[in-house]
Design a protein around this ligand. Structure first.
Ligand code: ADP
Length: 295
């Protein structure tokens, strides 16, 4: 099963073009949709989750026409939205039981078994009687995954799942995601490069509604190979380097700036070549320096 997106566009009433003719094929496994804030990721996720209309284009999940067979799609969809809305003052157990009922798990015995198994899976069993409102960010996200897994979904969409999680919570969440079956299309929308680096076999980069790259992370890295140069500078030199070179990142390391520059040849004697990382590739695309669609 594949998710095939073709020529998808969406313009909001205020004139913002959130998606501009996006075409993308997403295989099973973990797929990372990477883009800065405002890139159009949530708009795409909401359209795929049948919560919002597109203006043009088609989306097929296997034989299902996602834009027109919304009811059928919802039966095979697990969605973890960016904002889970109001956290209810009911226990995790009660809430999951309620969602399972809404999703059509009618038989009491079957539902009990499912809810218990999911709470164990996401490591919330011992907190099952606590109100979700009092959960930490990581616990809320794990609860979100539990509800998304009800009904044996074929398409799982998680929108910005690790924003606001501390490193420990993020790791627990990563581990949980990697346990989801390989035969499911899992789309992870994020602005955090590390999420994609650690989890995804395939990825896309979008910015301002446009698809800038689609392929594997190793394809992405290959495109930048031999083009990334590093230099440690003093703070007073930063301005001048920004003007003279295509600086794609600028980080403080032990108090002094270290810049990465994209160039096909050594920009100056005191630059050293470095292996590109995914962040270099991401910023090169976002800044319009790298131009590949190695789909
Ligand atoms: P991302 O998830 O990558 O941050 P979004 O899809 O939320 O991006 O937003 C893409 C663009 O569309 C942004 O410029 C945003 O301000 C705009 N936008 C998103 N939702 C709406 C809306 N309901 N009405 C008007 N503009 C919107």
């Amino acid at each position: 099963m594949e998710l095939v997106i073709n020529g998808l566009s969406k313009t909001y009433g205020n004139g913002v073009k959130a998606l501009d003719n996006v075409s993308l094929t997403i295989p099973t496994g973990m797929f990372g949709l990477l883009g800065p804030n405002g890139a159009g990721k949530s708009s795409l996720m909401r359209i795929l989750a049948t919560l919002q209309e597109a203006d043009a284009g088609t989306v097929m999940l296997g034989d299902l026409d996602v834009l027109n067979q919304k009811h059928e799609v919802r039966k095979v969809l697990g969605y973890l939205p960016q904002e889970f809305g109001v956290y209810p003052k009911v226990s995790a157990y009660q809430m999951l039981d309620h969602i399972a009922l809404l999703k059509g798990v009618i038989a009491n015995g079957e539902r009990k078994q499912l809810v218990e198994a999911l709470l164990q899976k996401v490591n919330l069993w011992e907190h099952r009687n606590r109100r979700i409102a009092g959960f930490s960010g990581g616990m809320k996200q794990r609860f979100g995954i539990a509800q998304a897994l009800i009904g044996d979904p074929k398409l799982i969409i998680v929108d910005e799942p690790t924003a606001g999680l501390d490193p420990g919570e993020r790791n627990r969440f990563y581990n949980l995601l990697t346990e989801i079956g390989e035969n499911v299309v899992v789309i992870l929308s994020t602005h955090i490069v590390q999420d994609v680096q650690e989890l995804c076999n395939n990825m896309a980069i979008i910015n301002m509604g446009q698809l800038l790259f689609a392929g594997s992370p190793s394809d992405a890295l290959r495109a930048a190979e031999g083009h990334i140069w590093e230099k440690r500078i003093s703070k007073s030199e930063l301005e001048q380097h920004l003007a003279a070179h295509r600086v794609i990142s600028n980080k403080l390391i032990a108090g002094s700036p270290v810049i990465h520059v994209f160039n096909s040849t050594r920009p100056a004697d005191d630059f050293v070549p470095v292996e590109p990382n995914l962040e270099d590739v991401f910023f090169s695309h976002i800044n319009g320096i790298l131009n590949t669609t190695a789909a």
